[in-house]
Design a binder for this molecule. Structure first.
Ligand code: ASP
Length: 588
């Protein structure tokens, strides 16, 4: 139907007769002449109708926003003073002589230019309208280029693109499963994959050697942060590799796509042990653009009378840490109150601070509600260890280590943004040497990565000291976001059985849930490992967007529903009967 895209027309097309198809973006009536901004995937162009083309003019007069048309006309240069340098097609316009109206449109639920005033519900309900906005389209054009660059890289490096089942058994990645009832086996359920983890491992047992998949994953989580119940991973696995091999492949891929798509050189990624990341940044995904660091001071405060500090300083799982903020004396009482409220979200009971107004004036030069509780030696120790000087402020965290890490870690990130402290645009790193396990609230061991991760020690050692055992897992972190993660896997049946046992999974349960894996490990499983990247998150970061919902065409809301299709929805009694299901709704 079309000869050109609207957005592609330039002065060089002057004199050509063109046929354009798209949507009426705007219509203006200027004393006897009608201007239509016509929009398609490539952009906007101005089409002018004058009364000389009588039929077209009359039709143009009836056009409204978002009507769908095909227009034929001649490209002409705009008068010098009417050119629009902000529009790529701003040097020209099309003198329209013919219009075909394909479809009308109701008044849009929100102006495409003023979408931001529409709430997210409305934008998702009319997602096809929201997606008409050029910024949205840009995100998907980028996403498509990115996946094609990634495929090219992995194809060139001998990786085989293999699809794995969506209707499957539970694959534990730490979330709840989405279940699908089976009609042919009443009372039985498929689970949607939380990741292709076990299947990719089985492909290694099959000898496929190098696998990848751009795979949908499903996790039923409380969607507090920026998460989606279904999301996309770039899933990778290879055989006869160690961590260096896999990290090398993954790093080269990420470096390559950054160079190709953004012309950014990420350089070599540093790598940092988990313990160091927690100690210095209170986080296992530190944003290294941010220069602030936590400093341990428990030893300086173990003997002060102030229980708020000495308690955690002496507790085995406690931590007392300081966070120096250069130039922080300018923070007002209200700022500090706001930050105190902020850290309370992470469980901190307060946020003590010391302002260093004049380092040369001794204690006189310090300002803080807690000075009176501290000994001069403690104060001196804090000042010297943090290296604080005139103009700086020191924040304190004292509690269980997990709370101090979360609270000061989050405060560090927030201060970095509020005070504009970030030192560069991109800071990638690898976090390595993760512990195998953590204790959950009930005191049981839980896998930090997943139960198929190889420990960095023998079966005997991991059994003897599970809490201190390290794993062969690695995470790639970029700007404080986990971009991807993976591990070298267990390929030995005895080790896998031992890990299940440590996780409190009985032999029967292991057999019932993962019998197929344990079985496969008996038939010549090669050493193997891999990782997976969150594609949505990668696009979001590379595009500088705030939410992954902006780079997913049809995302769900924060409460895991779709305002457009009204999924999830009730089903008919007949369907339920067929599935041998009855519904018992929770009482209100
Ligand atoms: N399957 C893991 C995940 O989804 C990634 C991996 O270990 O490859 O987090």
């Amino acid at each position: 139907m079309r000869s050109h895209y609207c957005g592609d027309l330039r002065a060089s097309h002057q004199g050509e007769t063109v046929t354009l198809s798209g949507w009426v973006h705007r219509r203006r009536d200027h004393g006897g002449v009608i201007f239509i901004d016509l929009r398609d995937r490539a952009g906007l162009v101005q089409v002018v109708f004058d009364p000389q083309s009588e039929a077209a003019f009359a039709q143009a007069d009836r056009l409204r926003s978002e009507y769908v048309v095909t227009v034929t006309g001649q490209v002409r240069l705009r008068e010098e003073n009417l050119r629009n340098p902000r529009m790529l097609t701003g040097d020209i316009e099309v003198l329209g002589t013919e219009i075909t109206l394909h479809n009308t449109a109701d008044t849009p639920p929100f102006e495409l230019d003023e979408y931001s005033q529409a709430g997210e519900e409305v934008r998702l309900k009319y997602r096809y309208m929201d997606l008409r906005r050029p910024e949205m389209l840009k995100g998907f054009q980028f996403r498509s280029k990115l996946t094609s660059a990634i495929r090219r890289y992995l194809d060139d490096n001998g990786f085989l693109d293999v699809e794995t089942p969506i209707l499957t058994k539970a694959t534990p990645e730490g979330a709840r499963d989405y279940l699908v009832p089976s009609r042919t086996y009443p009372g039985s359920f498929f689970a949607l994959p939380q990741s292709p983890q076990l299947f990719k491992q089985l492909l290694m047992v099959a000898g496929f050697d190098r696998y990848y998949q751009i795979a949908k994953c499903f996790r039923d989580e409380d969607l507090r942060a920026d998460r989606q119940p279904e999301f996309t991973q770039i899933d990778i696995e290879a055989s006869f590799v160690d961590e260096k091999d896999i990290m090398g492949i993954a790093e080269a891929m990420v470096r390559g796509v950054f160079k190709e798509l953004l012309d950014v050189d990420l350089g070599d990624f540093p790598s940092m042990p988990y313990a160091e990341a927690m100690r210095r940044f209170g986080s296992d995904k530190p944003d290294l653009r941010n220069p602030l660091e936590l400093v341990d001071i428990a030893d300086l405060l173990a003997n002060v009378e102030f229980k708020v500090f000495s308690g955690p300083a002496n507790a085995p799982k406690g931590r007392v840490a300081a966070l120096k903020v250069p130039g922080g004396v300018t923070l007002s009482r209200k700022d500090i109150d706001d930050y105190t409220k902020y850290v309370s979200i992470y469980g901190a009971k307060g946020l003590a601070y010391i302002k260093v107004n004049d380092i040369d004036a001794g204690e006189e030069g310090l300002q803080s509600p807690i000075l009176k509780f501290l000994t001069p030696e403690a104060i001196e120790g804090i000042i010297s260890r943090t290296g604080a000087t005139t103009g700086d402020l020191i924040f304190f965290g004292a509690d269980k280590a997990s709370i101090v890490n979360e609270a000061l870690g989050a405060l560090r990130v927030r201060l970095g943004h509020d005070l504009e402290l970030l030192t560069c645009d991109w800071a990638p790193l690898w976090v390595v040497d993760f512990p195998m396990f953590e204790r959950d609230e009930e005191g049981r061991l839980a896998a930090i990565h997943h139960p198929f991760t190889q420990p960095a020690c023998s079966v005997e050692e991991v059994k003897a000291n599970p809490e201190t055992a390290l794993s062969r897992a690695y995470d790639m972190v970029l700007n404080g976001t986990e971009l991807g993660g993976g591990s070298i896997r267990i390929h030995d049946r005895a080790m896998q059985a031992a890990i299940f046992e440590l996780l409190g999974i009985s032999a029967e349960e292991a057999e019932e849930k993962f019998g197929f894996l344990l079985n496969a490990l008996k038939y010549g499983a090669p050493p193997h490992g891999g990782l997976a990247f969150g594609l949505d998150r990668m696009v979001m970061l590379m595009m500088g967007r705030d939410s992954i919902r902006d780079v997913i065409a049809f995302p769900k809301t924060q409460t895991a529903s779709c305002p457009m299709t009204h999924a999830p929805a009730e089903v008919s009694a007949a369907q339920l009967r067929e599935l041998a299901l009855g519904i018992r709704k929770p009482e209100a």
